[in-house]
Design a protein around this ligand. Structure first.
Ligand SMILES: O=S(=O)([O-])[S-]
Length: 133
């Protein structure tokens, strides 16, 4: 079956209209109280590899429902006037998720180029997943 769009095209289209932060720029934001790092990977990935210290874990499958204040699953962190910096493993899922949150109207949302892999390769800070990340 021929798809109308494959993942490569979806990611490219998303990347063309969202903010992508190089790892160095993202690392410079770590600890900034106006910034929330959002880890959208599966919990198993966090347990296996750790995460950006202090990141908020919002699995991609729930993301839209946690962001929408009209959803029963809304998480108040997404109602704060802060910058949201999403990351996944390699920057593909986060590109799609960032585009979606932008479409939903989140004012300041970006993602990390190359995801957690690139973050770690650059010597980025890594913390174990807290028991309730
Ligand atoms: O997390 S991912 O970029 O490999 S889809």
């Amino acid at each position: 079956m021929a798809l109308k769009q494959g993942v490569k095209q979806l990611v490219e289209t998303a990347n063309a209209r969202i903010t992508t932060l190089p790892v160095a720029d993202a690392r410079a934001l770590l600890g900034d109280p106006g910034v929330v790092f959002v880890d959208i990977r599966d919990v198993r990935e966090l347990e296996r590899e750790g995460m950006v210290p202090g990141a908020f874990h919002a699995p991609r499958g729930m993301l839209e429902f946690w962001v929408d204040p009209d959803s029963p699953y809304f998480k108040p962190v997404f109602g704060e006037q802060r910058r949201f910096v999403l990351y996944c493993q390699s920057g593909w899922r986060s590109a799609l998720a960032t585009a979606t949150l932008q479409d939903m109207g989140l004012a300041d949302v970006a993602h990390v180029a190359g995801g957690f892999h690139a973050w770690k390769d650059a010597g980025g800070e890594v913390a174990p997943r807290p028991s309730r990340a």
